[in-house]
Design a protein around this ligand. Structure first.
Ligand code: SF4
Length: 216
C-alpha cells in the first residue's frame, strides 16, 4: 500500500509468485495494537487487491497464504482451527479469500528475545518450548529441506541461524557463498542447532510453511 508499489499485485500474478503475508489477527484492534494504528486497514486493502488479480480464488493457481504468530509468549493454537476462524471472519467482514494460514511460534531470538528478557519472560518461554518438544517434528523441520540466503548471497541453514550469524557447518567453508555451493551435495549434511531450535520443534511444530506434519 506504499506509494510507488501499486503495480506489485499484478507483477506478482504475472510471475506466478506465491504470496505469504503476515496477518497477526482477523480483528482490527489486535492487529493495530501489535503492529501500529492503521496497519489492519492497509492489510485488508492489500489483500483485497491481491484477490482482485486472482489470488486465493477457488481454482486459481495464484496462492495467497497468511501468517499468524502469537504476540504473547505462548504456543500458537491449532493451525487448522485458527485457519477456519480466519477464513470465516475475513470472508464475512471483507469478502477476502486466501489459501492457507501458517501458525508460527515466536523465536526467542533478536527483537522478540530482547523483549522477553526485558519483561523477565525469557526463562518461562524457553521452559514452555522445551517442555512441549515433539520428537516427530525433527523429521520435517525446514532446515532439512531449505536453506536461507542473505542479500549478499551468503548461505545459512535457516533464517533464524542467519539472524544469529550461526555459520553453516555442512561445508568446509567458513562463510560459504551460494556461488561456491551450487554443486554441493547437501544430503545428510550436518545443521547448526541451538536453544532456539525448540521454537521449531515445540507442539505442532513451526516452519516457514506453518505447522509441521510430525506433530499431527
Ligand atoms: S531454528 Fe533450528 S530447527 Fe529451526 S530451522 Fe533453524 S536450525 Fe532448523
Amino acid at each position: 500500500m506504499e506509494p510507488g508499489y501499486e503495480d506489485l499485485p499484478q507483477f506478482f500474478a504475472d510471475n506466478q509468485i506465491v504470496v505469504v503475508a503476515s496477518m497477526p489477527c482477523y480483528q482490527e484492534q489486535n492487529v493495530d495494537r501489535q503492529r501500529g494504528k492503521g496497519v489492519y486497514a492497509d492489510s485488508i486493502a492489500g489483500l483485497l487487491k491481491l484477490n482482485l488479480v486472482g489470488y486465493g480464488a477457488p481454482g486459481s493457481s495464484l496462492e495467497l497464504n497468511l501468517v499468524y504468530n502469537p504476540d504473547d509468549p505462548i504456543l500458537p493454537p491449532n493451525q487448522q482451527t485458527l485457519e477456519n476462524d480466519y477464513k470465516r471472519e475475513l470472508r464475512q467482514d471483507h469478502g477476502i479469500e486466501f489459501n492457507q494460514l501458517f501458525a508460527l511460534a515466536n523465536m526467542p531470538i533478536s527483537r522478540y528475545g530482547a523483549r522477553l528478557l526485558a519483561k523477565n519472560q525469557y526463562t518461562g518461554y524457553m521452559t514452555l518450548l522445551r517442555d512441549a518438544f515433539e520428537v516427530g517434528n525433527l523429521a520435517t523441520v525446514m532446515c532439512r529441506s531449505l536453506i536461507s540466503v542473505d542479500y549478499q548471497g551468503f548461505v545459512y541453514d535457516c533464517d533464524f541461524n542467519q539472524m544469529l550469524e550461526l555459520p553453516l557447518i555442512g561445508t568446509d567453508k567458513i562463510k560459504p557463498h551460494l556461488r561456491e555451493l551450487l554443486s554441493t551435495d547437501w544430503n545428510g549434511a550436518p545443521i547448526s542447532v541451538g536453544e532456539h531450535c525448540y521454537g521449531c520443534t515445540a507442539g505442532q511444530g513451526s516452519s516457514c510453511g506453518g505447522a509441521l506434519a510430525g506433530a499431527e
